[in-house]
Design a protein around this ligand. Structure first.
Ligand SMILES: [Fe+2]
Ligand SMILES: [Fe+2]
Length: 145
């Protein structure tokens, strides 16, 4: 098994990650399933384009990229405000429970680029997660994942 899938399986055993099942996302999904799809898509894209990536940090960053811990549909928050603020919130929350590397922080912080225009991805891993997040979000909105 690859380092990526080993890390993903490890994370799966953790209550901090299971917590993400409590929040819905993009109508048809939960934040847990969304993050798992984004992680897997990021890894598949890396493989497809023969990009060498840090597999365990890609898995951790992707699984935590939406660690904002609320239900955007139920909270009194506008879609724009949620869109621009939740990457920061996810990073703050994730850092309370995990010791994150700079690469993992970059993945979480920059995943909403270009909406967060100044949060430009600084790594291949962060760019892959940002792209995969958009692809998966469209699949979930259309309920085709
Ligand atoms: Fe997000
Ligand atoms: Fe996301």
């Amino acid at each position: 098994m690859s380092e990526f899938y080993r890390t993903l399986n490890d994370l799966d055993q953790q209550s901090h990650i299971q917590l993400l099942k409590n929040f819905s996302q993009h109508r048809s999904s939960t934040t847990y399933h969304h993050c798992k799809r984004v992680a897997t898509m990021s890894y598949k894209l890396a493989r497809f384009f023969h990009l060498s990536v840090h597999e365990s940090q890609l898995a951790r960053g992707a699984m935590l990229h939406d660690y904002y811990l609320y239900d955007a549909m139920k909270e009194d928050i506008s879609p724009y405000r949620h869109g621009t603020s939740h990457a920061n919130q996810a990073l703050v929350n994730a850092q309370k429970v995990y010791n994150l590397t700079p690469l993992e922080q970059d993945i979480i912080y920059s995943h909403m680029w270009p909406l967060n225009i100044t949060h430009v991805p600084k790594s291949k891993e962060a760019a892959l997660v940002s792209i995969s997040d958009k692809i998966v979000a469209i699949q979930e909105f259309l309920n085709i994942s």
